[in-house]
Write a protein that binds this ligand. Sequence first.
Ligand code: AMP
Length: 548
Amino acid sequence: MTTPLPGQMMDVPLTVSSLLAHASRHFGTTEIVSKRVEGDVHRYTYRDCEKRAKQLAQGLIALGVEAGDRIGTLAWNGYRHLEIYYGTTGFGAVCHTINPRLFPEQIVYIVNHADDRYVMFDTTFAALVDALAPKCPNVRGWIALADDARLPRMTTPVMGYEALVRAEDGDFDWPLLDERLASYLCYTSGTTGNPKGALYSHRSTVLHAYAVSLPNASGLSARDCALPVVPMFHVNAWGIPHAAPLTGAKLVLPGKDLDGKSLYELMEAEHVTYSAGVPTVWLGLLNYMRETGLRLTSLKRTVIGGSACPPAMLSTFRDDYGVEAIHGWGMTEMSPLGTVARLNGEQAQRSPDEQRSLLEKQGHVIYGVDMKIVGNDGRELPWDGVAFGELYVRGPWIIDGYFRSDVSPLVDGWFPTGDVATIDRDGFMRITDRSKDLIKSGGEWISSIEIENQAVAHPAVAEAACIACAHPDWKERPLLVVVKRADAEVTREELLGFYQDKVARWWIPDDVVFVDELPHTATGKLNKLVLRERFRDHILPSACKVVN
Ligand code: AMP
């Protein structure tokens, strides 16, 4: 028997710092543009960014931060946040991004669970930090992302970020770290129970950045200008802060103002070609363009995910504005990207209807991720586009355990996502629901996402949520909760009639309720838990027995 033959290639670790070092050396003059909380627009280059990230690393080391220590962030998308991404992970510390939209008690839990050494925060979160600090005794210091002259008035003693950075010279070599060491810590913001931490490694972060950049995914290149609307505190802005330096794309960081007007103006001013975000923010941008009659002149592609993108939104981008809107799916536990709806050559030759129906799904896996759907008996279901079951995934940027938890979430080496899906013959996956959001009517499942997608296709509907409502005969029946477009009118009967011939008759909601606003989670998803609670005692007309 011959002995296995080792390859003779350099064993260069895949470190996060190598991404910024690459951009600094080979795309040194490419710009990073940030809308700051100070109110102005800041610009500098990848070379400047690396220098300051190194100064930050030196500053943190001088403060006694060691490899493995967690450094929390409460910050918008901006150049200082980017410097923290690299200035912490670059010497082996762990960058722990915290979602400031969570309830303060959840943030306290997260900071203490992560055992953060320091927390760096945008000055907009000064009051939040004052509320958190007394409950986070292990945090050694709170660092405001500001000049000393602009430090906010607070009860908590704080340090200034600029002073920390300016005290150092940036003469620092990124150490060659073991690629399996931890890089980032992101907590999932579940609506129930305590948040759980996904701890990425350098290797998983770099591999994910490669995969995200591929033409079948974002297709980012040095000719692109990328604006992540998805926050850097939500699963690392879907990897764009890593994919942009990897490809040499210009980076535009929008700060705290994510309304339609602010986004539109920034995209136009900076000639943004690529973006990514959740449907809710795109709703704001599309509404703004509809009201003003303005058009985007440079945007070519945008990835929409985080929750199901209504087909009507995909077609508005494509048909009305000439923007390729790409539906994607993933989750915090997956770094996050898993699937992207983009066609291969043969699929692009099919009829427009067939193409559309593929593009409306959550899509095909990107290399590195494998997926399957599993029935109640644990057996794999066929890829026929009809059978639906829980979606399982595996791959090198998918967690195999939660931070500081001994209980493995894996089943036979696969991660159960909690999403329910179909997979068709083309390998296109379609999310039917979160398993807890499915509606079970008379023992049969109804997809709430499908009902919502149909509702927002109605011209008078801005946003819709479909939830299960108790029913004496069917156990559960669908209730549709709708936000109307400003100045548009539609009645309950018209909306219910709109479903005729679009879904199976028994899928048509039993009632419609109009509201001014729908509740969203800290990551922009519909908060169905709150809705179910609010409509717990709602009596469906179909549930009232007629007594003569
Ligand atoms: P998070 O970990 O906060 O990013 O949330 C991940 C979850 O968001 C997934 O498990 C899905 O339930 C949901 N999700 C993400 N993208 C999509 C999508 N394109 N369609 C439907 N649900 C999605």
